[in-house]
Design a protein around this ligand. Sequence first.
Ligand code: ATP
Ligand code: MG
Length: 408
Amino acid sequence: MEPHVLVRFYHEIALKGANRPWFLRQLTTNLKRALVGTGAIGITRDSMMATLRLKDPDQWVVVKERLQHVIGVERFGRAYRVNPTIKAIKQAVPSMLEGQNPTSFRITARRADKRFPLTSSQINEEIGAQVVELTGWRVDLKNPDFDLQIQTRSNDALLSSEEIRGPGGMPVGVGGHVAMLLSGGIDSPVAAYQMMRRGCKVTFIHFHSFPLVDGTSKEKASDLVELLTQYQQDSRLLMVPFSAVQQQIIITVPPKYRVTIYRRFMLRIAQDLALKCNAGGLVTGESLGQVSSQTLENMTTIGTVADKLPLFRPLLTMDKMEIINKARPLGTYPISIIPDQDCCSLFVPKHPVTKSRVEDVERMEAMLPVEEMVKEALAGVEDQTYHWPTFDASHKFAEETRSAEPSG
Ligand code: ATP
Ligand code: MG
């Protein structure tokens, strides 16, 4: 029996109407791309799942690691492929039980092809009896320790017993393209991931005050993008020099208003960059009331400069603990907490204004050459690209047709 991997797709995709074939195609493309270089072959899609073959069982380690990062994958696990007959299934059962010592078990049969001569419950009964005879294990239909799943299809039957969780979500690419304002903090990487899980491709924009501060925030942004690229396979990070803008702001703007005005400049610059790279929206990691710059009034004052693109705040209603609880499993948390000097903490007082008004900040900005400042920052943008996994582009998948003889 050759090991296969059974990949089940995110349940929400099944609910889509006319777009469903496109979503599934995109997910299959992302899957194939994520598995390049692993030696996994014969990726075939069948309704809401895909199967692939492992030429060598040792490949499982790397395949598992890759699949855990493919958005749109709900669950996956190793499976064994045999002929679609009850005899072949029964022959394969003993090896599925090897090394297992559960307190209870269940058989879960599904028939994708209704021409299989036994119904699902007949398969459950027949294989269940076989397992009891072989092992003496207790049957528990509700909460078993070991669940042997059997799926019969027209050309084969798949036996599996493990279920590893994928990230779920809508495949990256079907939800459009957004530009994310990525600081080195805890929130924005989580916000980026939330958008990816809704199918968005994310371009990252990071503002840094180098050389007014050291390069830590740039390094953090770069590490965060590298990590997040695992979920969308290719990323672009635009590093924007912000110290010249800040130096001009501190000359004319009273300290209490500086953070608000820094943020308005970031958003203006980000909007220009987003439009240039055809992004359809801007995203921040803001959460209502988290800090003084994120009061309803300040978010309004800041948000009004995004006048050509919608501004999304996926973390708006989440508290810090909820956000941290997402950052930890994502792996961004340890990078985010590395101490750095946030560019917005430069030359600002402890207690900035919490209820700014658009008229007031517009009056202050009237003293500044806004357009020139934006232009100058844009001229210094560093454009970086990231890829995951890194592979030899000449590598191609050996496609295998579904009619190929099952090996088990
Ligand atoms: P984060 O943890 O994402 O930094 P925060 O709670 O520290 O969030 P702020 O620092 O006020 O909040 O930032 C609010 C949002 O503004 C960030 O989530 C991010 O989208 C954007 N932002 C702030 N600083 C930067 C930066 N240097 N570069 C790019 N975006 C930034
Ligand atoms: Mg921050």
